[in-house]
Ligand binder design. Structure first.
Ligand code: ATP
Length: 274
């Protein structure tokens, strides 16, 4: 698990340039992050510190990448957890895990001499889902602990703490999470348009031998509706086809086959889970 932690929380070098498409989301996120960077001015104007940013949108569109790029952009330490880790935890364990997450962020920032820390919580809906009819749920303690930690963040504290959460089910979130001073800044991370898809394909083709005739523009057109994660898969599958056929480079044909494969894969996934 140390290896896993290193991977999850180790040095972050991912930049916004490595994220394809998502121009609006990237701009909005950078604007929000300037609140963390320009904290002296924020204090001077008596502006409430930004504590929570919610990234919303379908799976595989780059929300995790955005959070990592945010840490790089603000020179913050990056610690992360996923809502799914909290499923079936005994009462109290989840709350403890949240407490540790914040403690970790502060300790690491001090150790690495960083002025700020970003805590990323993926699948926030798992711990922050709506409470129905006032009924107590096993995750309530976890959610309450998160709210307590957020309320305990002060603008003049060192390190400054920002929480970025991601969900693809924003409408499921408990309104307590969305109040001012909590996750009050929302950024939509949509499926990429054609230009975005081309950009993402280019990024994932950069380390691969591509045929001179390879046309990523055409491929982006064919990949209508694909997410960034699916596009990454397409380039990877295309490379596998090329290698299996003992070819030197990846051709348009390999990429078209890969599109079909990724599309079929999604379909059978959905059919088997239905
Ligand atoms: P989920 O909601 O399923 O957690 P996510 O929105 O957090 O998904 P990521 O984990 O950021 O998605 O993306 C998964 C992978 O897909 C990335 O590691 C990357 O390889 C690829 N990818 C997704 N979006 C992009 C993008 N905009 N640019 C480049 N690569 C992308």
């Amino acid at each position: 698990s140390q290896e896993r932690n290193r991977k999850k929380n180790g040095p972050v070098k991912l930049t916004f340039e490595q994220i394809g498409g998502q121009d609006n989301a990237k701009r909005e996120l950078r604007e929000a992050l300037d609140f963390l960077v320009r904290h002296d001015e924020i204090n001077k104007f008596g502006i409430r510190p930004l504590k929570g940013i919610l990234l919303t949108g379908p799976p595989g569109t780059g929300k995790t990448l955005m959070a990592k790029a945010a840490a790089h952009y603000t020179n913050s330490v990056f610690v992360s957890a996923s809502g799914s880790e909290f499923v079936e935890m005994y009462v109290g364990v989840g709350a403890g895990r949240i407490r540790d997450l914040f403690k970790d962020a502060r300790t690491r920032a001090a150790k690495e001499n960083k002025q700020s820390a970003i805590i990323f919580i993926d699948e926030i809906d798992v711990i922050g889902g709506k409470r129905e009819g006032g009924q107590q749920r096993e995750y309530d303690q976890t959610l309450n602990q998160l709210l307590t930690e957020m309320d305990g963040i002060y603008s003049n504290e060192a390190p400054r703490i920002l929480i970025i959460a991601a969900t693809n089910r924003k409408e499921m979130l408990d309104s307590a999470l969305l109040r001012p001073g909590r996750f009050d800044r929302h950024i939509q991370v949509d499926l990429p348009d054609k230009k975005g898809r081309k950009h993402i394909l280019e990024l994932h083709a950069a380390n691969k031998p591509m045929a001179a005739e390879a046309n990523l523009d055409k491929l982006a057109e064919e990949a209508y509706g694909f997410s960034g994660a699916q596009l990454e898969s397409v380039m990877n599958e295309a490379a596998i086809y090329a290698m299996r056929q003992d070819e030197e480079v990846i051709s348009q044909r390999h990429m078209s086959m890969a599109i079909d494969k990724v599309m079929m894969g999604e379909k059978t996934d959905r059919e088997s889970s239905a």
